[in-house]
Design a protein around this ligand. Structure first.
Ligand code: UP5
Ligand code: MG
Length: 190
């Protein structure tokens, strides 16, 4: 059959850098389908499955869910959407995620949008978010920051070495961050 040409953009940034906030806007303005891997994992927890309870424990510790689990959920979600442009929010989180995604999907991102934000600003945002997330307490937040620096930044560096990273200053107000992002997405042609 005909191979559907699917485009993907990864959106990476620390906890509270504004991935969800900005992805919503990008999706609206540029016609992407927004998939938050954190949301997919929270849906799996809410489904009450055994995998869900395994995920819940890991998330509460601020650790990373095994790659085969995340990539499977992500693949399922992509297959279920009739779209050819995906914004993948909050993935990949480490180099193992990258390898697993490459092996299982045989796809490569168009580019990686990196939301670069100072940690004290991210901490302030998360502590005032009030969405009832089980991982939004200072103890888990600090663990999430540590995982981001130790595991996720190396994955960003991997894409940097391939010339695929577009970095924006995400410490500014929401509208200003989106202005910088718009420049990047406006330069892309379909
Ligand atoms: N806000 C946003 N932008 C702002 C701005 N410019 N100025 C002022 N305020 C701003 O924003 C956070 C808060 O800040 C909101 O209140 C917002 O209004 C405000 P948000 O857009 O929600 O930030 P985001 O980067 O999406 O923060 P989030 O907490 O979702 O990031 P995480 O990366 O921590 O969470 P995620 O859901 O992606 O992952 C959760 C957990 O799932 C991980 O810790 C891990 O355990 C697990 N996980 C995996 O194991 N593997 C994966 O691949 C993905 C997740
Ligand atoms: Mg988010």
């Amino acid at each position: 059959g005909k191979q559907k040409m699917v485009k993907i953009v990864f959106v990476i940034g620390g906890p509270g850098s504004g991935k969800g906030t900005q992805c919503k806007r990008i999706a609206q303005q540029f016609g992407y389908t927004h998939l938050s891997v954190g949301e997919l994992l929270r849906q799996e927890i809410n489904s009450g499955s055994e995998t869900g309870s395994m995920i819940q424990k890991i998330m509460k510790e601020g650790k990373l869910v095994p790659s085969d689990v995340t990539v499977r959920l992500l693949q399922q979600a992509m297959r279920g959407m009739d779209s050819d442009k995906f914004l993948i929010d909050g993935f990949p989180r480490n180099e193992e995620n990258v390898k697993t995604f490459e092996n299982l999907t045989k796809m490569d991102p168009e580019f990686v949008l990196y939301l670069d934000c100072p940690q004290d600003e991210m901490e302030r945002r998360l502590l005032t978010r009030n969405e009832g997330r089980e991982d939004d307490n200072i103890e888990t937040i600090r663990k999430r920051f540590k995982v981001f620096m130790e595991s996720t930044l190396p994955a960003v560096q991997y894409y940097e070495s391939k010339g695929k990273v577009k970095k924006v200053d995400a410490g500014k107000p929401v509208d200003e961050v989106f202005e910088s992002i718009k420049v990047i997405f406006s330069q892309r042609k379909d």
